[in-house]
Design a protein around this ligand. Structure first.
Ligand code: ADP
Ligand code: MG
Length: 457
């Protein structure tokens, strides 16, 4: 007798989208070796599609019939996941599909902020076997609602699950591409370069605070506070810099965090005088002498600003969103309403970074208080005028999540918001969404609480 499969039985296959170019390019091997055996053992049927080009996943998710699948798993990095989310939200039937299709990620990219954040939120270990952990998450069948942020640029909208950045951190992410050959060290080296050659950006940031909290006096003890109490090396450094007398630096090795010290000892890429130049800079030496201490090859790449013209998302630039959730914000070209709770920060900034996951990368614990489904964007602002040691300490402590102040101060502010608008007053700079560069210009963003479902351990 033929028994028609129930709707559930029809919808129990897993859709796997794999980016063969993710990270070091071994996602296919990682999947075959570490994920396939888990799926087979659990008797979870899956369909594997290997992406053929950039935007493949957007096209796939926005145009295919998805009825056969109960979930979609990205085998790649945050960029691939970003495409999946954006493809889904471009569908006419997005409101029907999204609640029923859990989204998962097997971390194989160079940016794995989401996988790290999910593990963190569920107190799961990450570093020993992140891929196995994520594969077990897929077969667990559990999922949780997750916020997505709708981002409106001047000529298009897109969706984001991780971050929106303007200024220092975005500059480092994008500009350090030119020294990619140095591997992950590129971030540290470029951060040092940007710290010395600090740029500030003028603009206006308007925001709508979340209801529960008074954003201007918001305290951020949380993890940051707890960790600082433990008295680790980084914690002491942090406290000294923020509250102690102006530090005097005896040697870079003593002062700089281990990661920076490692870079400084990279004698192949940076000549030996770097260390002493770094000392002299930290004790108030000139920028020029610091530049000259950087090796020839890096120095030359610094000089060439012209190579940054292409946008990662260029091919989507003119694509309009026809469907997807509607915005509750006024048009980007129109003024924001008065007397409806909007607040403003205006002036010179070192950076703005808006984040909604705990981690931006595996070792960047950027918003310790963030939750998957809290309807909150953590808007983190650093104003111009911050001292170099204070800024260096902020950047260094990002890895442990101890970089944010307990209470907002003149230079560093953490604002939990539901929406914000960024209006840069300069006509150039770098803006990133989920770590990818987008068109420079004004933008606004609003949280769509719990609109997606993400697979959890
Ligand atoms: P990583 O974290 O290493 O950057 P991602 O998986 O996030 O890895 O992918 C980065 C980008 O690669 C994505 O934004 C996507 O547009 C692009 N991409 C996806 N598939 C391919 C492919 N087959 N060839 C080249 N690029 C691709
Ligand atoms: Mg959140």
């Amino acid at each position: 007798i033929f028994v028609a499969p129930t709707a559930d039985e029809r919808r129990r296959r897993v859709l796997v989208l794999l980016n063969p170019k993710s990270g070091s390019g071994d996602a296919r091997e990682v999947f075959n070796m570490h994920v396939t055996p888990v799926l087979n053992e659990a008797e979870v049927p899956y369909d594997l599609y290997v992406t053929k080009h950039s935007n493949f996943a957007i096209e796939f998710m926005s145009t295919r019939c998805l009825d056969a699948w109960c979930c979609v798993v990205a085998v790649g990095g945050d960029g691939l996941f970003h495409e999946i989310v954006n493809g889904l939200l471009q569908r006419q039937d997005w409101a029907h599909v999204l609640p029923h299709l859990a989204l998962g990620i097997i971390p194989c990219g160079s940016g794995n902020g989401l996988a790290r954040s999910i593990a963190h939120c569920y107190n799961e270990p990450y570093f020993s076997k992140p891929v196995l952990g994520a594969a077990l998450t897929v077969i667990s069948g559990r999922s949780s609602p997750m916020d997505v942020v709708r981002v409106q640029l001047q000529n298009r909208s897109l969706y984001s699950f991780l971050s929106i950045g303007w200024g220092l951190i975005s500059d480092v992410d994008i500009e350090s591409e030119r020294i990619r050959l140095l591997g992950y060290q590129r971030f540290t080296i470029w951060t040092l370069y940007r710290l010395v050659n600090l740029r500030t950006y003028n603009g206006r940031i308007s925001y709508l605070p979340t209801e529960q909290q008074d954003s201007s006096t918001q305290s951020h003890s949380g993890y940051a506070g707890q960790r600082r109490m433990q008295g680790s090396r980084s914690c002491n450094t942090h406290i000294d810099m923020l509250t102690g007398p102006a530090p005097s630096y005896h040697s870079s090795a003593e002062y700089l965090p281990q990661e920076f010290a490692d870079v400084i000892s990279l004698e192949t890429s940076i000549n030996q005088s770097f260390r002493s130049r770094c000392d002299s800079w930290l004790s108030g030496g000139s920028r020029r002498s610091f530049y000259y201490s950087i090796s020839e090859s890096i120095y030359h790449s610094l000089a060439d600003e012209s190579e940054f013209t292409g946008l990662a998302t260029a091919s989507l630039e003119n694509r309009q969103l026809n469907y997807g959730p509607t915005s509750e914000l006024p048009d980007l070209a129109d003024p924001l309403p008065e007397n409806q709770g909007w607040m403003v920060e205006e002036g010179e900034f070192v950076m703005m970074h808006a984040v909604y996951q705990t981690h931006l990368g595996i070792d960047c614990h950027f918003a310790p208080k963030a939750q998957l489904n809290d309807g909150t964007i953590y808007l983190i602002l650093i104003r111009a005028g911050i001292s170099r040691p204070h800024l260096l300490s902020f950047l260094y402590n990002m890895s442990s999540g101890t970089h944010l102040p307990e209470v907002n101060n003149e230079y560093v502010k953490v604002l939990p918001v539901k929406a914000f608008r960024l209006e840069p007053h300069d006509n150039h700079g770098i803006i990133t969404v989920d770590g990818e560069r987008v068109e420079f210009g004004p933008l606004q963003a609003e949280v769509l609480p719990g609109i997606a479902r993400v697979m959890v351990p």
